[in-house]
Design a protein around this ligand. Sequence first.
Ligand code: TYM
Length: 329
Amino acid sequence: MERMLSAIKPTGRLTLGNYIGAIRQFVKFQDEYEMYIFIANEHAITVPIEAKELRQNTKDLIALYLASGIDPEKTTLFLQSDVDAHAKLGWVMTCMSYMGELQRMTQYKSKTANGETGITAGLFTYPCLMAADILLYDPKYVPVGIDQKQHVELTRDLAERFNNRYSDTFVLPEPLMTTVGQKIYSLQDPTKKMSKSEENPKGTIDLLDPPAAARKKIMSAVTDSVGIIQYDPENQPGIANLLTIESALTGESIESIVARFEGKGYGELKKAIGQTVFDFLTDLQARYKDIMASGQINEVLQNGAEKANYIANKKIRKVYKKVGFTITK
Ligand code: TYM
């Protein structure tokens, strides 16, 4: 079985974008691949976050992974900080990277372009830690939304550089993106990514939003003055985003949804999608509550950490030998 690995960082509440662009893929692929999914909590402190909030976000994220259908019998589910090898290989990868290539990462560039102050060195070097996260497990594929594609490509470059410098050590991973929903956009500004850190909460649907509030956000989503329901992301990004959400959550193709709403108004389309989102969140949150109450999270993480450490430690031992840290043969 080929391997697949991915992660989400617990910086805020998970969004519908995280579900559609990432978690949905994890669930779909866990039957076909040997799957490793983790909570990237070491990445979460690249921006200031209180310990209490990080703890809560972490628990929520695990429960939402499980509620979404990630099965710990099939998937190794773990916490990044439970596996020391991530930080160890992260340092090696930091020393394999050039300042210039990290400065070209679009996420970093957009933060500095906004004139944000207080950017930490950790935020600058986080793609190196992400490369380590991936390379420890030799996955063939890394399912991500389009905003993370560049980081997976950097990971390939770093793996290749290491392999050339020291000898074959790492598998070169490939980013894997869904056809529908690589990037879900803000409901208030459909040219911007729907994001955990968006200032306007009306633009983002949190997976833990009350379902009725989420429906309201869909009803007040920004559209356009064209007035025709068709899939035209260039000229009608708001409608295209809504059609993508409906398609991703129901499995119905975009063409079929467009045909179903031929001649109808935006209000009707929004009502239908609002209902889809309402039903989806209602089911998901019922499972989330059961999982939070069940106390199974600790056991899942303990088992996951054991399996992940086994693989990751083997790899870090190899790396330590190759770079010359280990002085015995
Ligand atoms: P993060 O936590 O920002 O996002 C987690 C996943 O969700 C996807 N995503 C979206 N997809 C579609 N539409 C959106 N609006 C949207 N917003 C987010 C992201 O592309 C991602 O797949 N650095 C990573 C976490 C990470 C990681 C890794 C991922 C750490 N180590 C190793 C893969 C492999 C991050 O910050 O993702």
